[in-house]
Design a protein around this ligand. Sequence first.
Ligand code: ADP
Ligand code: MG
Length: 639
Amino acid sequence: MQTTETPAAGTTRQTHGFQAEVRELLKLMIHSLYSHREIFLRELISNASDACDRLRFLAIGESALLGDDPELGIRIDADPKAGTVTITDNGIGMTREEAVANLGTIARSGTAEFFRSLPGDEQKASQLIGQFGVGFYSAFIVSERVEVRTRRAGAPPEAGMRWESRADGEFTVENVTLPKRGTAVTLYLKEDAREFADALRLRGLIRRYSDHIGFPVRMAKEGEATLDYEVVNQARALWTLPRTQISDEEYRQFYQYLAHDFSDPLAWSHNKVEGKREYTSLLYLPARAPFDLYQRDTVRGLKLYVRRVFIMDDAEQFLPLYLRFVKGVVDSSDLPLNVSRELLQQEPEVEAIRSGLTKRVLDLLARLAKDEPEKYAAFWKEFGAVLKEGIAQDQANEAALLPLLRFASTSQADNTPVVSLADYLARMKPGQERIYYVIAESLDAARAHPAIERLKERGLEVLLLSERIDEWVMGQLEAYEGKRFKDASRGDLDLGPLASEADKARHDAELKESKGLLKRIKDALGERVTEVRVSDRLKDSPALLVLGEHDLGDRLRRILTAAGQKVPEVKPILEVNVTHPLVTYLDGVAEAGEFGELAQLLYEQAQLAEGAALANPPDFVLRLNRLLVRLAAARGQDT
Ligand code: ADP
Ligand code: MG
């Protein structure tokens, strides 16, 4: 871009320290990233392309910004002898203030989170660099010194500036006169990175990583000393081509560019909608969850174009929150070019595109689940918990979402969530009317939950859940294919026709026999429980706490309490297994003090079994130990 350069009159050379996070990042770049070093090129070209995009966007309203240089593009010059590479664009450029801010700090919030999430392995670290928006600094992976010359579009030649750093904690800026707008980044390659000054190597990398950016990337013609440049990438926005003209490999490469990801996407969906409303979308399912999927300010959304002009990144209005893992592009023919984030929120057009894209993603998932169950299982493992949020957020699409759910289940020996609701229905016993599930702290705890002992014994399948949001999500579910969901740890089990006459007779007999015992336990526990009753659920455990159908469960209660909300107190029912030896023993205890202690232990162990916190753990331990000591003493007397 620039051919001459002289310090502009009356300007100062200034040295700035990098922000602490940048310093830390640079150290990481320099000392621990050896594999995938080539990502620096993808990141710098991506920045150059962004700069062109932004200028093209501004020029919609102010065409003078383009001046006599209207064709936007990127140029790469390499000098193997000097060991330098220069990436030049005639995009928006930067003012001095912008350069100091953009190339000296990390703007995105959650920087600390980024460092915390950095795993030992380099592949992932170098992937995170792009995703996190710190791409520029990757230049220092291969360079001992980096120089940036930049001039903002619309600013005079004297407003040009030169930025320079050796990544030693500081950078300097000074004003220089630059004849043209835009940015040139020159890398002075490290001794062991000289391969990147090789034109052939660079061409290969450009085709690999930057083939489908929307601007031409030019390099000097091979073997020619003249300054004759040729375009080395396709420079056609991939999504604008007909599907038949795009190879799978090209789809994959475009994803990698778009998502700053090394791995291939799991699947994609490319569609053109025509007619009353016109837009094109190219949507990808990533293979792995980003580190910040659960952070509130996680970057999400699609790249928005209007008639092929880039408008913005992360346009989150086009997909619901529970599909925030989807990457891609949406190109609308109907939205105005000057659309802003605020305007997007009011555009009825956006709402229509959003529901169209939501359907596309759900269709894509359904297709994956049907045709490639292994890939779908991989998807579920990474994103299942996020997709589940849709059950609560998007009732309109419930019918499409339900078949996509996967569960761990008592029908499987291990806890891998592979059971669909259709699988469950197909295995239901004759006369079974409910889809049973149980939620606990972990899948193992769910599997061993006292509430499902009898269900398991009867051979009834129970879905096992343990994720934070499960209580909330399952609470929203009514029925699947006419079969209602039933939390096995609440209310009555509702076995319906499954409960035989013999079952009922046994229950009535147990109830009659233990009326007195139940009352004594209730008296001993007082207000802690609403009722003490004979259980139909228990086989091996002596007791269980049961909530009402709509009572707030313990997990949700803890989440709400932690969020500072006041939650109403709920009192459970204590269900007792009257055939359990401990309970029959209790029946024979006449002394009120001992009875009271045992009744309380019964209650507390039921709390423990469901993962609830005890009100007074030391007190529990004291009582338990008194019991054990008594037991030991009794043994001593026996021998
Ligand atoms: P990101 O691209 O995700 O914002 P980077 O670290 O790659 O993060 O770049 C930081 C910022 O520096 C960019 O957002 C942009 O403002 C500025 N920048 C980098 N390269 C250029 C360029 N070639 N032209 C104009 N601005 C640039
Ligand atoms: Mg970048």
